[in-house]
Design a protein. Structure first.
Lengths: 382, 237, 337, 289, 239
């Protein structure tokens, strides 16, 4: 299966597998756009040098959020002779899709998929750029303590609110596990369905428990319901902190909900605001697609770049060689708030980490760690 | 002439049931249609009402060609049918069923009066006006079906075996009502298995068999016909 | 239907040789999906196509099968081959429970449909809230090919297994359709009062139908889990699963033996075809799929097999009719000389 | 504790009103016309988009764009009925289900293509979002929706029971041939009924717009509960739909306050199943034939 | 021998007493007719005996065994088969398939059931319709199929609810012969009919219901002379 792929010598095909339609289409299309941007940049810069300036072609695939669709799309991409794939956002699709890629020997660079197991199956062809749930949780706990050190009104009690798919659940349960060690008291851990039309019972519980902070892992719609509901209720926590939150990092939320989003924090993967490259890319993204480059887009962009970098270094369209090149990745020029991108044995981006963001006056800023920050934190007060 | 049917063909899908049917009904007449089981009588009435589309031929009603008209417009013209199987609104009350009989705007004006008239003809309908039609007994449903048709103020009334399921007493009453309706100037086209009784009050009759009209004549002549007596009236000579 | 044995053997033959001719993994995967959907849709067909109890919640049985074998395997190391039967058994019990509640209390029509849907949701919520089921995290089955553990390195093996399942179930349905049980079920679908008046124990027969249907669907669930190696409650118990299960049977012809297979043979490739043709224009593929659904239902209201039976069955019936009347069947026509 | 219970009750009642609101259009199409309309959520979504675009392009308050969305959807519904559903009046019931599924796919994906999957929201300036009664907060947009639900359900109840048109709609769904023979233009009645069902979906959509994001798949959020509520209340029963909605809303709110995890959702379905056991035709359903 | 004994049977519908304290017996080999004005409660009585309604009071003994409270299917298994006044066809099945469902009541194998079904279709004289779809048949033919279907269950007792309505007089005469033949084959018959010619020709005994009550029971000729019967049912005199 590992052989040279493209029919046309001067074209290198890579696949992008995302939920382009269905309930997750918003995120999926945002990520596809980022991949398009990355490919465009490469081609503008002269294509893949080691392959004589071969152009990169992006083959876009839609998995609709359905596992078996993800599987068949991988095979379709295989027949298209892609040299590698990026994707796939939903953990439920990423797991079978990467497995299929493993079988077929297709390098698969996961842009987003939170669940730990993606890189825990001993697969050779699976790599992940995003920090997994455990890193997200660990980062959150650390930052939380840092926050408390800075502030004169420390946060002691929290309520965890999370959407109940594997994404929210895995992060929330890891936080709950580690909370005690970090001196945090978890008053409750409340799940909800991401598609829910109503979060008032969650809000009522929060009202009763009166935590210092609400820690939320949600998608856009439910996240907005939560913040809105809290805002309208009689109790205001000192802080609302998202973890990998799909709302607090979303353009719609940041731009449209200015009445309620002031000072909300979010521990999230994102771009590095101290990097000129990142600023440039996100500017171009914004110009081209008319929306803010959120973390999902940033990671798809990076995943595409990582894959192409490997092709460049492999100097071949042979998938096995690309796999080898990927495992030797050491990408220093990237847009993420982390050291160089290198993959550990399991294929996980070893330096991946989240940063602490805060929405300040309708813009999202990094407030910690210091090396990446572009604004000072507005600390919770009482 | 009120109704003239010429060279009519009709059927269900690929199945042709009616073949080259030609007959007429004059204004004020009571005409019976006889025929064995499955001969096509019901199909004929359905076609007249527009429930089945014709494949050939013409239906002229009061000078208008109605073979291409929608059923509801045919009703507006005054051609009303008491269908086989009654086709009641089973989950609606007796009163609502009657009211819906007077759906067309002309009939709606006289709704109150006509309901009273139906109640007079069939007192059980008044007694049970709020009962669901579906829980009526078979015969009661038949009365309701006739009542609903009368609500539409028919110019011509098509009755598909109206005595089906009625007790002898009620059968008599229904025939009396048909006579009364006729008296009032309504033209009647009657399909009946109770051939003897039907013919004895009819002006003329047609016999339909295998979808074709095979015999016609005045009521008396038909009543005297030997073959008819044997195979339709069950009277061996 | 007398042609069935010939037809089915022929199809089996073609399907058996398919992998020898077609090596492409993509086509193999599609073929597996076709057979898998033929299996679960056939299972649905028994309850809903034959006995007319329209289930909207077969995801409940599918999920039970998938979860039983996967949990047994990952937590206790029980081979999914055993899990397959355990899942089928538990699904049958759940089916009987749902059946008891629905049929004893005379839920009919849409009430039954939404009742089954509610049960699928109830199961999902239960799974999502209990640790033994890994809550919402789902179950990841480690990738370690081992035939004894229902895991194969070659896709062809999966193919032959699902081929066997799908055809076994189809043959089973063929026999049911010609048996007392089959006639009872159809009678229940057409008119329960009449069925009862003819001595059909409607409750018992419906219970049998739901038990068979549930357990066969669960077998499909186990297969799916072993093939995908990952299941999670949100997708496993979703409405989409229930709809995908009933789609082939209706397209092909509910209440016919070959309906689910034919429907699956059509609907799965159409889904792939629209993706290939319109895939670059996101949304257009699903729109096209929707349009095709509408057209099929408009022009083939009784499904593909139903349409065939009507078209060719009619001629056959007409012939039989004639034969009969020649053999002394009474004829009309006393008048025409 | 008491505040919590009271607050939960209020939230539950308001949310129940929303469920009821969604269920009203559904109970007309599903309960009276006997069409299992999967596309109802998609129609609701169209209503939301109409209100959204009226707001963002014309600056029209969503409450003012209700007539626009209602009328537009009436015609869309009538067209769907005329071009598609009217052709399958004699087909088996479950076929309609697949057809409406197809319609849903077409509408949702058309919306995806036309308007992208972006989430859109309407922000009403200077609009009071909540007020307090004692310590209990009441959400204003939801209250408006709740009142609208009650008004609409009573209106429709009277419409179907008292007017000739309403009776004709019921008659047509019971026996189409019988209706034709009574002089009812059944095709027209079906366009009107389906159009009305669609415009009720649109009204619900417009009323939801002020507090919920609009996106192509938003219909799914409401429609499943909508079906549950319709069945719970008894098919075709408008008052039943509201009461069914309230039952679900309140039980969810109380369940959410006192049950761990996402078990509150279980309440909906368990209540649903229990009600059906006791009353196989829904709370206010008539006797089975 | 008393085959079926109905005692004190009462069935009410919300305020309406549809069947009021009715006593009736059917002896082996007998044909009993039941007449009465529309809405008298005849069909309701059938429904109550056959398990489709649960009567409020009374008992029905079949072969000495109480059958009230039994489900319709059990009553059929016991040996009572019935037809419906408002036909209850299996609309999408062929006529033959309709009858096969009945035949499966006692038969196990498909072959046997099919044979039995064809036999009964032949008996009723509708074999030519065997492969027609039930819902395409005219009502009278559907009723004939219902008779064949009921007979195929191999009953001891046959309940017929207005099977002859919609037949023309000659066809009625044929049907009368048919029913007599069925009786001669050992099946007792209890029938409702409004066609007086048929009622008089068939009934060994005749019962009359009015407003839910049985108002007469006995020799047909005698019963038809009872003034209350004449008044309630026939109107004026007997023809
Ligand atoms: N919906 C239908 N589809 C197909 N064939 C039909 C349909 N309805 C009736 N037929 C057939 O058409 C023929 C004529 O039927 P029709 O109902 O007109 O007879 P009829 O003269 O009214 O008989 P009856 O006295 O029994 O009511 C019959 O052979 C019948 O089987
Ligand atoms: N399900 C029901 N609910 C309410 N009333 C009913 C129900 N079924 C029957 N009835 C009423 O009970 C009475 C007896 O009805 P039944 O059908 O037994 O009459 P019948 O003697 O068979 O009349 P017919 O000769 O007209 O068929 C009627 O007044 C009828 O309206
Ligand atoms: Mg007829
Ligand atoms: Mg009766």
């Amino acid at each position: 299966t590992g052989e040279a792929q493209s029919g046309d010598e001067n074209i290198v095909k890579i696949g992008a597998l995302h939920p382009l339609s269905g309930a997750l289409a918003n995120e999926g299309q945002e990520m596809r756009d980022a991949a398009r941007l990355a490919v465009e940049e490469i081609n503008e810069a002269g294509g893949i040098e080691s392959l004589g300036g071969a152009k990169v072609e992006l083959i876009e695939a839609d998995h609709e959020g359905a596992p078996e669709k993800g599987m068949s799309e991988i095979q379709r991409l295989d027949r298209e002779k892609v040299v590698g794939v990026i994707g796939a956002y939903s953990s439920g699709v990423t797991l079978p899709a990467t497995q299929e890629a493993e079988r077929a020997g297709i390098p698969f660079v996961v842009d987003i998929a939170t669940v730990e197991e993606v890189t825990k199956r001993g697969f050779k062809y699976t790599f992940r750029v995003q920090p997994p749930a455990s890193t997200m949780a660990a980062n959150f706990l650390d930052y939380f303590n840092v926050l408390n050190e800075m502030s004169d009104s420390p946060l002691e009690t929290v309520v965890l609110v999370h959407e109940d798919s594997v994404f929210g659940t895995s992060i929330a349960s890891l936080i709950e596990k580690g909370a005690a060690d970090h001196g945090i008291e978890v008053l409750d851990n409340i799940p909800h369905a991401a598609t829910t039309a109503d979060l008032s019972s969650t809000i009522n519980k929060i009202n009763r428990l009166k935590p210092d902070a609400v820690i939320a892992t949600t998608y856009l719609r439910d996240g907005t319901l939560l913040v809105n509901g809290l805002n309208q209720s009689n109790f205001q926590p000192k802080a609302i902190i998202g973890v990998a939150n799909g709302a607090f990092s979303n353009t719609s939320f940041i731009n449209d909900e200015t009445e309620i989003n002031q000072y909300i924090m979010d521990v999230n993967y994102s771009i590095n605001p101290q990097s000129n490259l990142a600023i440039e890319v996100s500017k171009r993204y914004e110009d081209q697609f008319n929306k803010h480059m959120g973390p999902n887009a940033a990671y798809s962009y990076t995943a595409t770049k990582v894959l192409i970098d490997a092709v460049e270094r492999a100097g071949s369209t042979d998938r096995a060689k690309i796999q080898k090149a990927l495992s030797e990745t050491n990408l220093t020029e990237h847009i993420l708030p982390q050291d160089s991108i290198i993959f550990d044995e399991s294929g996980q981006n070893a330096n991946a980490q989240a940063v602490l963001n805060q929405i300040i006056n309708g813009e999202t800023k990094v407030i910690y760690p210091d090396e990446y920050k572009n604004a000072d934190a507005v600390l919770p007060t009482k | 002439m009120m109704l003239r049917v010429s060279n009519l063909d009709a059927g269900y899908g690929n199945l042709q049931v009616l073949r080259n049917i030609t007959f007429e009904v004059n204004s004020g007449e009571l005409v019976s249609i006889l025929g064995t089981n499955g001969a096509g009588k019901t199909t004929l009435l359905r076609t007249l009402s527009g429930l089945i589309s014709t494949t050939n031929g013409q239906i002229e009603f009061n000078g208008k060609h109605i073979q291409k008209m929608q059923p509801e417009n045919i009703v507006k013209e005054g051609l009303i049918q008491v269908p086989e199987g009654r086709m009641l609104f089973t989950e609606m009350t007796i009163r609502e069923n009657l009211e819906l009989g007077a759906y067309s705007s002309a009939a709606r004006k006289n709704m109150k009066k006509n309901i009273e008239y139906c109640f007079k003809l069939f007192p059980i309908l008044k007694e049970r006006e709020n009962q669901m039609a579906g829980s009526f007994s078979g015969g009661q449903q038949q009365m309701l079906a006739i009542g609903r048709a009368l609500m539409a103020q028919p110019k011509i009334l098509l009755l598909d075996e109206p005595s089906t399921g009625l007790s002898p007493l009620l059968t008599k009453q229904v025939f009396d009502i048909i006579k009364e309706i006729k008296q009032q100037g309504v033209t009647v086209l009657l399909v009946e298995q109770n051939a003897h009784q039907a013919l004895s009050m009819s002006d003329r009759g047609y016999v339909i068999e295998n979808g074709e009209i095979v015999m016609s004549g005045t009521a008396e002549s038909l009543l005297q016909d030997n073959k008819l007596r044997e195979s339709y009236l069950g009277l061996a000579n | 239907m007398r042609k069935f044995p010939i037809l089915i053997s022929l199809a089996l033959l073609i399907f058996t040789f398919f992998p020898l001719i077609v090596k492409d993994q993509y086509y193999m995967h599609i073929a597996i999906l076709i057979l898998y959907y033929a299996l679960v849709s056939q299972a649905w067909n028994i309850l809903s196509g034959y006995s007319g109890q329209f289930s909207f919640g077969h995801a409940a049985f599918f999920g039970t099968g998938a979860y039983t074998s996967s949990i047994l395997f990952t937590k206790l190391g029980v081979s999914p081959w055993i899990g397959l039967f355990a899942g089928a058994l538990i699904a049958a019990l759940i089916g009987l429970f749902i059946g008891y509640l629905s049929f004893r209390f005379k839920l009919r029509g849409v009430f039954f449909s939404l009742g089954t849907l509610a049960f699928a949701e109830i199961l999902r919520i239960i799974i999502q809230n209990f640790d033994i089921f890994n809550k919402t995290l789902g179950v990841l089955i480690p990738y370690k090919p081992d035939p004894l553990m229902f895991q194969f390195s070659s896709r062809t093996t999966y193919y032959y297994i699902i081929l066997l399942f799908a055809f076994a179930v189809t043959v089973l349905v063929y026999y049911i359709s010609r048996s007392k049980l089959g006639y009872n079920l159809v009678a229940i679908r057409e008119n329960e009062d009449a069925a009862q008046s003819l001595g059909v124990n409607t409750y018992k027969n419906k219970m049998i139908a739901i038990a068979i249907s549930a357990s066969l669907t669960a077998i499909g669930g186990t297969f799916y889990a072993q093939y995908m190696l990952f299941i999670e409650p949100a997708t496993t118990f979703s409405n989409d699963v229930s709809i995908n299960i009933l789609l082939p049977a209706i397209i092909g012809g509910a209440g016919t033996v070959l309906g689910p297979i034919v429907g699956s043979l059509i609907i799965i490739p159409i889904g792939e075809l629209t993706t290939t043709l319109f895939g670059n224009f996101v949304g257009a593929n699903l729109m096209a799929y929707g349009v095709i659904l509408i057209l099929v239902m408009l022009y083939l209201p009784e499904g593909i097999v139903g349409w065939f039976q009507n078209k060719f069955g009619k001629e056959k019936n007409a012939k039989k009719k004639k034969d009969n009347s020649i053999n002394g069947g009474e004829d009309v026509g006393t008048f025409k000389n | 504790m008491l505040t919590l219970i009271l607050q939960s009750l209020v939230d539950g009642i308001l949310m129940g009103g929303i469920y009821g609101l969604v269920a009203i259009g559904l109970t007309l199409i599903f309960g009276v016309m006997k069409i299992i309309n999967f596309a109802q959520g998609a129609l609701l979504m169209l209503g939301m988009y109409i209100s959204y675009w009226s707001f963002s392009l014309l600056g029209l308050n969503p409450y003012l764009s209700i007539p626009l969305s209602a009328i537009s959807l009436f015609f869309i519904g009538a067209i769907i009925q005329k071009t598609i559903l009217s052709k399958m009046l004699n087909a088996p019931e479950h076929n309609q289900l697949l057809v409406t599924l197809g319609i849903m796919l077409v509408i949702e994906n058309l919306a995806l293509i036309l308007w992208s999957p972006d989430f859109r929201s309407v922000k009403l300036e200077g609009f009071i979002q909540t007020f307090n009664i004692g310590e209990v907060g009441v959400n204003v947009p939801k209250l408006i929706a709740f009142i609208a639900a009650i008004v609409l359900s009573i209106g429709l109840f009277l419409f179907l029971k008292k007017t000739m048109l309403g009776k004709a709609i019921r008659a047509t769904s019971i026996n189409r041939n019988g209706a034709m023979l009574s002089g009812i233009n059944t095709n027209r009645i079906n366009y009107i009924a389906f159009g009305l069902g669609a415009s009720l979906a649109a009204i619900a959509g417009s009323l939801i717009t002020p507090f919920f994001y609009t996106s192509p798949t938003v219909g799914a959020t409401f429609i499943l509960k909508g079906f549950v509520v319709v069945v719970l209340g008894g098919l075709g029963n408008f008052i039943g739909a509201i009461i069914g909605g309230l039952i679900i809303g309140i039980s969810e709110a109380l369940g959410g306050a006192f049950l761990p995890g996402s078990l509150k959702e279980l309440m909906t379905y368990i209540i649903f199943v229990i009600v059906l056991m006791a009353k196989p035709n829904g709370l206010f359903g008539g006797k089975a034939r | 021998m008393e085959l079926l004994k109905i005692k004190g049977l009462t069935k009410r519908f919300a305020g309406l007493v549809a069947v009021n304290n009715v006593n009736l017996t059917l002896n082996k080999g007998e044909i009993v007719g039941l007449v009465g004005p529309n809405g008298a409660g005849k069909t309701t009585l059938f429904h109550s005996v056959c398990g489709f309604h649960t009567p409020e009071e009374g008992s029905v003994k079949y072969n000495g065994k109480e059958i009230i409270g039994n489900k319709p299917e059990h009553i059929c298994k016991e040996g009572i088969a019935r037809t419906f006044q408002i036909v209850q066809p299996f609309g999408n099945l062929t006529v033959l398939e309709n009858v096969i469902v009945g035949a499966f009541n006692r038969e196990k194998s498909y072959k046997e059931a099919e044979r039995l079904a064809l036999e009964n279709l032949d008996l009723i004289g509708i074999s030519s319709l065997a492969y027609s779809r039930m819902k395409d048949l005219t009502f009278p033919n559907q009723k004939k199929v219902e008779v064949a279907r009921a007979l195929a269950t191999s009953p001891e007792v046959l309940f017929l609810d207005e099977v002859m309505s919609g037949l023309n007089p000659s066809e009625v005469n044929e049907f009368i012969e048919l029913i007599k033949n069925i009786r001669d084959s050992g099946i007792s018959i209890f029938f409702i009919e409004h066609l007086m010619s048929a009622v008089m020709a068939l009934s060994d005994r005749l019962a009359v219901m009015h407003l839910g009550e049985k108002i007469a029971d006995g020799d047909p000729q005698e019963v038809m002379k009872i003034p209350t019967v004449v008044e309630a049912y026939l109107g004026e005199e007997v023809s």
